[in-house]
Design a protein around this ligand. Structure first.
Ligand code: ADP
Ligand code: MG
Length: 647
């Protein structure tokens, strides 16, 4: 007897499940695609415990005939394909006939289905691949599939599952994507009986984007319209008439303007013939479209639908059907790149950016616009690509010198030609002596850490030192302003003002961000949750030691949200035990401002420097950043004169 055996179906199904069913979200993907293929107009999904305990999908599609309900669980049983020829022109989402048997082999699955052609429906129950029940039942038209205890019989796979929140996030993201691809259908997602998504049919993609993401996102998006292009087969079979040589491609959807920058590809949703895919070729085309408009390493938001003749795209590349292969890949690449780029160019992103407009007083700018303005400008032509991520002060590579802060008050200067400073609680300026050991300033020259900045109004920026400090000429001398702390102060006061007025500019998050807390942070969170809400963070407890954040202050980059929250919770925990509400509030605002402020090592143009000084001059306390660091140093005219032995 030979050594080779054909694997029993049960084993083959589990092997297939290994490829098709990676996690609860992959089950949902397969079942959702089946419901869509069945022509459903309303699909509702329930999950419990991140989908491990229960996943249920209910649709109003064509249902299955009784015989089919049994057959569907046979390997390679499908109603969507009947010959090899069909494989090259697949118009349905499914075709491999693998999903149902695979899922049923690693869970306890119940199928309840009723096709209108038959008078009753059927219930089929399969546990770990074994049929345990098959009955007739009175059911509504359509199909309900319930998947319980996923991987109950494959402990090795179960171990790979992440936290409930992570698994839920994957499910939510998937359902969201499909709801975007089908604006004409109802989608509902509930988790542990809480509604996470519920969208009803709308006429346009734009309306669906609004339903899912809200107007905030829509404002930053560009509708690229419909880009239709014909492709003539270069090597048609002999005698093929011209009209049959033509392949039509249609690209539509939304892309973000270049100023919206994401730090990963997670906000790029690509659909090819209605199928959600991850495709390197299209990803590359996207990035090429933004070439020179966006710094390398940052990514746009995109929601793109490419439709083409089924023969032009091979979807049978991977069992989970998330990859495709285009028959004429390089043509498709250039077509997609050019379509997106021309749309972006037509919307004239450069001239519409506020860079060239005269700087506006921030008080009249909403917070989000302001921070966007700062960002836009820096993206455009000021930041060298490598600096995009911003550099923390510790990374700054400056010639080393130390500032000695002498103890006790130092003598005050005579301002001969400047208006007298408004009296401060401690009017003395601290004189800071810089030793000349590094060949910098001549011995004896002093810089003042400035305690009153009302002469800032008259400052004229001369340029930047190390792209970090603004040098400015004033009537009373030369000023050096730390751009990060200056901006931090401006933002801090803005946040506080907005906070006091009760309307902090917010951004809704694409997906609620689920954050896990330590027990200590959990307690702290409970104490400051109200303050967080009033400062622009919409969050709710979400299961044990977890919170879900659905909105954040507009100035905060989405990638920073988690860090900021942890920072706030941590400082609260460490320093603010028993602190007054006011202290907590200031801490929250200071953390937001610090994160949102421009960094050092960032080139600023003249307008931006002027803007910064102008805004700083309007601050109530322009001398120190919220953490207490000085904002400006002054090298007085008197000292300059002295240094040159003119007095
Ligand atoms: P595939 O989708 O590749 O055909 P599946 O294993 O996912 O394979 O499904 C097997 C078959 O079961 C499908 O071809 C379809 O006929 C039927 N089916 C699955 N889900 C549904 C549903 N929700 N409504 C109607 N028919 C369904
Ligand atoms: Mg299927």
């Amino acid at each position: 007897m030979g050594r080779i055996r054909v694997l029993p179906d049960a084993v083959a199904n589990q092997i297939a499940a290994g490829e098709v069913v990676e996690r609860p979200a992959s089950v949902i993907k397969e079942l959702l695609e089946n419901s869509l293929d069945a022509g459903s107009t309303s699909i509702s999904i329930e999950a419990e415990s991140g989908g491990r305990r229960l996943l249920r999908i209910t649709d109003n599609g064509c249902g299955m005939l009784r015989d089919d309900a049994m057959l569907a669980f046979e390997r390679h049983a499908t109603s969507k394909l009947s010959s090899v020829k069909d494989l090259f022109s697949i118009s349905t989402l499914g075709f491999r006939g693998e999903a149902l048997p695979s899922i049923a082999s690693v869970s306890r699955l119940t199928l309840e289905t009723h096709a209108p052609e038959e008078s009753t429906g059927s219930v089929v129950e399969i546990h770990g691949g074994k049929m345990v029940r098959c009955d007739e039942a009175g059911l509504a038209n359509g199909t309900v599939i319930t998947v319980r205890d996923l991987f109950f019989n494959v402990p090795a796979r179960k171990k790979f599952l992440r936290s409930d929140q992570t698994e839920l996030a994957h499910i939510a993201s998937l359902v969201t994507h499909y709801s975007l691809a089908h604006p004409d259908k109802t989608f509902e997602l509930r988790h542990d009986n809480r509604e996470l998504l519920h969208v009803t049919p709308v006429a346009t993609l734009r309306e669906r984007v609004f339903q899912v993401f809200g107007s905030h996102i829509l404002d930053d998006l560009l509708d690229i319209g419909e880009h239709e292009k014909e492709f003539l087969l270069p090597d048609p079979p002999q005698g093929l008439p011209d009209e049959e040589r033509t392949r039509v491609f249609l690209l539509r959807g939304f892309v973000s303007m270049p100023q919206v920058q994401k730090y990963n590809r997670n906000s790029i949703y690509l659909f090819v013939n209605g199928r959600l895919i991850r495709d390197k070729l299209l990803m590359h085309a996207m990035q090429a479209a933004y070439h020179n408009l966006m710094p390398p390493g940052s990514f746009p938001f995109a929601l793109l639908f490419l439709d083409c003749d089924a023969e032009e795209v091979d979807v049978n590349v991977h069992p989970s059907k998330t990859e495709v292969r285009f028959r004429h890949g390089s043509w498709v690449h250039d077509y997609v790149r050019d379509a997106i780029r021309s749309s972006i160019m037509q919307s004239r992103p450069l001239s519409s950016l506020p860079m060239h407009a005269p700087p506006q007083p921030a008080a009249r700018l909403p917070y989000s616009e302001f921070s966007q303005q700062m960002e836009n400008a820096s993206i455009r032509n000021v930041i060298p690509p490598d600096d995009v991520q911003g550099v923390q002060p510790a990374d700054l590579n400056l010639p080393t010198f130390t500032l000695n802060q002498p103890q006790g008050p130092a003598p005050r200067f005579d301002f001969t030609d400047a208006p007298p400073p408004t009296p401060q609680p401690t009017p003395a300026t601290v004189r800071t002596k810089i030793p000349d050991t590094h060949g910098g300033l001549p011995d004896g020259v002093v810089l003042d850490a400035v305690h009153s900045l009302d002469i800032l109004k008259d400052l004229r920026p001369l340029g930047q030192l190390h792209e970090s400090f603004i040098l400015a000429a004033g009537r009373d001398g030369l000023w050096i302003i730390d751009q990060h702390v200056a901006h931090e102060r401006i933002l801090f006061e803005q946040v506080l003002r907005q906070r006091a007025a009760g309307h902090v500019e917010q951004q809704a998050l694409l997906m609620p961000m689920v954050i896990q807390l330590t027990a200590g942070q959990q307690l702290e969170y409970a104490q400051i949750a109200d303050e967080l809400r009033l400062s622009g963070f919409d969050s709710e407890p979400f299961g044990n030691r977890t919170i879900a954040i659905s909105a954040a202050p507009a100035a905060v980059k989405p990638g920073d949200i988690e860090k900021i929250l942890f920072e706030i919770l941590e400082t609260s925990e460490r320093e603010l035990r028993g602190a007054s509400l006011d202290e907590v509030r200031r801490n929250v605002c200071a953390t937001i401002a610090c994160r949102a402020a421009i960094k050092i090592n960032m080139r600023l143009d003249q307008q931006k420097m002027e803007w910064l000084l102008h805004e700083l001059a309007k601050c109530e306390h322009p001398t120190n950043c919220p953490h207490g660091r000085p904002i400006a140093l002054r090298y007085s005219t008197r000292d300059i004169l002295k240094g040159f032995h003119r007095i």
